[in-house]
Write a protein that binds this ligand. Structure first.
Ligand code: F6P
Length: 539
């Protein structure tokens, strides 16, 4: 997006000229109500964006740009099943996955909601049977371990949520996640589980992903060898996919397959059958609360005015920094160890969705799209990369996420955690001047090294507790943030053609690593690397 493309963008450009020279200290000094006014709340979530370079006027202008680019229409198109995924000519209906059963939504001639609930009911009764010890392994043993085999959207959401909801998971079943083609990943998990008590959930939207199918085949061979009978597979393998034929070809019967649909994007699939491993851990009732939280956020996204709409606010603040301040990265800093995998989950959601350089019509985009998203939980990050955030030469907008009530009784720890979260936002915004250092008695020679310039933006999102419901809200909030940004940038957030090339080339390279006569089809660097590998490994 060119910062000056269209009247609203041009107005923002002028406004940016006025704002960019204003230190956050000055913005706070001018308006003592800032801290209570530049906040938005919804259904228990509290978003503070006072420590960013905005005023009420900025928010009006950003909302004006969203309106000018017909974001409200885009939201209706998304939720009503219009083919917003224009390069694959299909809807992106992840919101239907959490729509209550009494609603109806007909897309392409069939009722989407009844299909969703049919699968949810099947998942629920399967999870209940496994959890109650009624579904047993081949030798009659109870299922004690679940291994989710999947990658990307078929891994990151469930793995993130399993850790986030650690307080809600059953003690009777431990869930493991295997994603990487690196055999160390599977080998480490297989060492920790007992084949007689293990259920493998092979999760793949396409059921063609090389990593997942290779891991699943190796796991199947391990199981058959351990239990001594190929018949055991039916007791220990289920699949989650949209591809019935490929699941059958793998050897998993259709009764053991949980379906979802091509209109669910991989990175927005946590609330589909891809959540089965999570449901096995937390139970169907809690899984439905996850869906209810997400649905609540969907309704907020649909109905709230743009100025108070949490996903729109987060999305537009991202646009403000990316397109006007020219920031290139964006840090997500959950101050909750249970959300340790949330930044990794967001990397796929935001970077696979919006890391694009052509618009919806195929023309080069004018200006920048998604920044690099990264992060680690606090307070760990403070002792690693926060130095750069405070005194480095690049501006990194930060998103702090905190949870008010912990699921443990160590009050002292929690108070310290939240104190650090709030202090970091303060330190980034206000810094420490040379005069303040002098007043504190810091020797003159040391002061330049200790000055923290401040003026570094952050938002703080506070959840009341971390429960299935609030996690559902959080996931939907960021899904809609990514949609908002994709819409403003005029790109399709629902395809990912860029990841295909590497997959195709890997096939050729693999053939040459293994063949007696490698083809002379690569560049000289890749050839030399292939030769080096063959010399050391295959000779
Ligand atoms: O890496 C590309 C990708 O297609 C992701 O979009 C997707 O989430 C992941 O691979 C896994 O795909 P599948 O669920 O089809 O195995």
């Amino acid at each position: 997006m060119r910062p000056d493309a269209g009247p609203a963008a041009a107005r923002l450009q002028v406004h940016h000229h006025a704002m960019r020279g204003r230190h956050l200290r000055e913005l706070f000094a001018r308006d003592s109500e800032r801290g209570s006014e530049l906040v938005a709340e919804y259904d228990g979530l509290y978003l503070d964006y006072a420590k960013t370079h905005v005023t009420a006027e900025t928010i009006d202008l950003l909302a004006g740009m969203a309106r000018e680019r017909h974001l409200e229409q885009g939201i209706q198109d998304l939720l009503s099943g219009q083919p917003v995924n224009c390069t694959e000519a299909r809807p992106a209906l992840h919101t239907a996955l959490r729509t209550p059963a009494h609603a109806t939504l007909t897309v392409g001639g069939y009722d989407v909601i009844s299909r969703v609930h049919r699968v949810l009911d099947r998942m629920g009764s399967f999870a209940d049977r496994v959890r109650a010890g009624q579904w047993r392994g081949y030798t009659g043993g109870r299922i004690r371990s679940v291994v989710n085999i999947g990658i990307g959207g078929s891994h990151l959401g469930p793995a993130m949520a399993y850790q986030a909801l650690s307080a809600d998971v059953s003690d009777d079943i431990e869930v493991h996640f295997v994603s990487n083609i690196d055999g160390h990943d599977l080998a480490a998990t297989l060492r920790r589980v007992d084949p007689a008590h293990t259920l493998f959930v092979v999760s793949s939207k396409t059921f063609t992903t090389a990593e997942t199918l290779t891991n699943a085949r190796t796991a199947r061979a391990w199981l058959v060898e351990a239990l001594g009978d190929a018949e055991a597979v039916a007791h220990h393998f289920v699949a989650v996919s949209t591809n019935r034929d490929a699941v059958a070809a793998f050897g998993i019967a259709s009764e053991a397959m949980f379906e979802f649909w091509d209109w669910v994007g991989g990175r927005c699939s946590l609330h589909s059958a891809i959540g089965l491993s999570l449901m096995l851990a937390i139970g169907p009732g809690q899984f439905r609360r996850l869906l209810a939280g997400a649905h609540s956020m969907d309704e907020h996204f649909r109905t709230a005015p743009l100025r108070r709409n949490l996903p729109v606010l987060l999305g537009m603040l991202g646009v403000w920094y990316r397109n006007y301040f020219g920031t290139t990265t964006h840090a997500v800093l959950p101050y909750d160890q249970r959300l340790a995998r949330f930044p990794a989950y967001l990397q796929q959601l935001e970077m696979e969705s919006n890391g694009k350089s052509v618009d919806r019509t195929g023309r080069p985009v004018q200006g920048n799209t998604a920044p690099v998203v990264w992060g680690e939980p606090g307070t760990n990050g403070q002792h690693a990369f926060f130095q750069l955030l405070h005194q480095g030469t690049c501006l990194v907008p930060c998103e702090f996420i905190g949870v008010l009530e912990p699921a443990h009784g160590h009050t002292e720890h929690h108070d310290m955690l939240i104190a650090n979260l709030l202090a970091q936002g303060q330190a980034l915004a206000f810094g420490r001047t040379e005069d303040e250092l002098a007043e504190a008695g810091v020797p003159a020679w040391q002061r330049p090294h200790r000055v923290c310039p401040g003026n570094r933006p952050s938002v703080t999102l506070l959840l009341p507790r971390l429960t299935p419901y609030t996690l559902g809200q959080l996931v939907a909030l960021y899904e809609h943030k990514a949609f908002t940004q994709g819409w403003i940038w005029g790109i399709n957030p629902f395809d990912q053609w860029g990841v295909e090339l590497g997959k195709t080339l890997a096939g050729d390279v693999l053939a040459d690593l293994q063949s007696a006569q490698p083809q002379p089809r690569h560049d000289s660097s890749t050839h030399a690397l292939i030769d080096h590998y063959r010399t050391h490994v295959h000779q």
